[in-house]
Design a protein around this ligand. Structure first.
Ligand SMILES: Cc1cc2nc3c(=O)[nH]c(=O)nc-3n(C[C@H](O)[C@H](O)[C@H](O)COP(=O)(O)OP(=O)(O)OC[C@H]3O[C@@H](n4cnc5c(N)ncnc54)[C@H](O)[C@@H]3O)c2cc1C
Length: 492
């Protein structure tokens, strides 16, 4: 059995990008059907904390005066000019109006005016936090948005997964989907917006683009059907990658809700204090690999961990764990997940991790190397160099600060606790122009095809986390808004 539907615009995926596109099209009198794989709207955008925009009324009230030109310059430089210049400019210019539109749909948004966000990323950029407009009461906000869009005539089809595009002579004429009863739904449309949010849950594809399968995925189960359908229809996939972000204890039990202190998707165990302290870190071969002070910045920390494949080990001895039990630890980072600050017996906590095979123990370094699979010579040499650095307060290997050179690794039993870089879905996708038309290999728009958010390429470069707080979430709404307006313009 298959169903056939006709509409002006069909939107696949109802995260920020899809919702904003549906809103812009419906607000201008077009008939819109929005399909969604899950039983609810929001996608990863609903999990995200805030929206990048500049020159908003709240920023002006705080005296924050990042100009459009300065924001664009910083974004271009952060991306080494590998980003799409006109697209970047239009997003920065239209973020404020999009934010106001999202507010008008019923989402409460409040500026975080400081660099202290839940993420502690890009610590030296005063605007990293000050451009972060935080969503409030998200559950209520998304319910309001759905109601507002329905009132504008948008028809939502939930539990409906896009599987392909309908094409004819190089033009896109609609899409094919499957509903919850596995029935095929054909939706014929004048314009298709594919905003299915990348492919964060597609393990194989993540492995292909990131060259490792050791990282931890957070986010909704997007497999990439939308992105790959656009590629099949002639789109060019240019820059997809996992949005790497901090690290967590391997196999940690995760919280589902973001609070002011704690990000959704991260562990809430006192051992997070060991994770979030610049102790000695080694790679899967037992070799030290970075300046552990990177733990104080969500982005640099994830990057350093990704560099050794996304999984590394925190090396401690019993004396160090006892110091944690006694509350005599180093400054705990507020980056990424944030730490649980309740007291605990850290030897016992690590022993629980050993039982779960997320930590290893050895009475000697030889035994630890054997249990954790380290190369003994690398491990011993690294430990020797590290202990010398702690003694001399001079890390000649990676220039860690003297204040963080506090705990030697010298008295067994020794422990190696696994940490895993996390990623928040993917970003980057098919090449687009600044009106969110999907371009073919000759840089010409594919008629009828539009995208935005995590499926759109050109806004990000490289695998590092974007330059400002809220950039991905803000891009999602703003690019979707612009895609919807392009459709209105093109269908005139
Ligand atoms: C835990 C977490 C925290 C984050 N925090 C931030 C933050 O604070 N700031 C920031 O800038 N970014 C953050 N991000 C990243 C940001 O949320 C995303 O990059 C952005 O929201 C993507 O928006 P989108 O509209 O493209 O996709 P999404 O919001 O993910 O929406 C895509 C929708 O498409 C649906 N879908 C998938 N496949 C199909 C299909 N085949 N057919 C139909 N529907 C489909 C999905 O179910 C989903 O509802 C975070 C991400 C996560 C996971």
């Amino acid at each position: 059995m298959s169903k056939n539907l006709d509409t002006d615009v069909v939107v696949a995926g109802t995260g920020g990008a899809g919702l904003a596109a549906a809103d812009a099209a419906a607000s201008n009198g077009l008939k819109v059907i929005a399909i969604e794989k899950l039983p609810q709207i929001g996608g990863n955008t609903k999990i995200s904390s805030g929206f990048f925009a500049i020159d908003t009324k709240e920023q002006r009230a705080e005296g924050l005066k990042l100009t459009t030109e300065e924001a664009i310059r910083q974004l271009n430089e952060y991306n080494h000019y590998l980003n799409n210049g006109p697209l970047t400019r239009r997003i920065v210019e239209h973020a404020k109006e999009t934010l106001e539109e999202v507010e008008s749909l019923g989402m409460e948004i409040k500026l975080n005016p400081t660099a202290n966000t839940t993420q502690f990323a890009h610590r030296d950029n005063p605007y990293a936090g000050g451009s972060y407009h935080m969503y409030q009461n998200k559950d209520q906000g998304y319910q309001n948005i759905q109601k507002s869009l329905e009132a504008k005539g948008v028809e939502f089809l939930f539990n409906t997964t896009m599987t392909d595009l309908i094409t004819e002579n190089g033009e896109v004429k609609g899409l094919v989907a499957q509903d919850e009863n596995n029935e095929t739904v054909m939706i014929n449309a004048k314009a298709v917006v594919v905003t299915t949010g990348g492919f964060g849950a597609n393990k194989e594809k993540i492995k292909e683009v990131m060259h490792t399968d050791r990282m931890r995925s957070l986010g909704v189960p997007s497999m990439g059907e939308g992105l790959f359908s656009m590629e099949k229809a002639g789109g060019v996939v240019i820059d997809p990658h996992a949005l790497i972000h901090a690290a967590q204890l391997a196999k940690s039990k995760v919280t589902q809700k973001t609070s002011s202190k704690h990000l959704a998707g991260f562990s809430d165990n006192p051992l997070t204090r060991v994770l979030l302290t610049p102790l000695m870190w080694v790679d899967p071969n037992g070799r030290r690999f970075t300046n552990e002070d990177t733990v104080y910045d969500t982005v640099l920390w994830a990057n350093a961990g990704y560099n050794v494949g996304g999984m590394y080990y925190i090396l401690v001895d019993t004396k160090t764990l006892n110091a944690f039990t006694d509350g005599k630890e180093m400054e705990v980072s507020k980056a990424g997940p944030g730490a649980n600050t309740t007291p605990g017996n850290f030897v016992e906590l690590v022993n629980q991790s050993i039982a779960e095979e997320t930590a290893f123990k050895g009475n000697t370094l030889e035994e630890l190397a054997q249990n954790a699979g380290f190369n003994l010579a690398e491990l011993k040499a690294s430990v020797d160099r590290y202990n010398q650095a702690v003694d001399s307060k001079d890390d000649t290997e990676f220039a860690k600060s003297a204040k963080s050179l506090m705990f030697k690794v010298e008295e067994g039993p020794f422990y190696a606790i696994k940490a895993q870089v996390a990623f928040l879905g993917t970003v980057g996708g098919v090449r687009v122009d600044d009106h969110l038309h999907v371009l073919d290999k000759d840089f010409k728009p594919i008629k009828g095809l539009y995208t935005g958010g995590a499926n759109a390429g050109g806004y990000y470069e490289g695998q590092s986390y974007p330059a400002y707080e809220g950039l991905a979430s803000g891009f999602s709404w703003t690019s979707g808004h612009l895609a919807g307006l392009s459709i209105v313009e093109d269908l005139k």
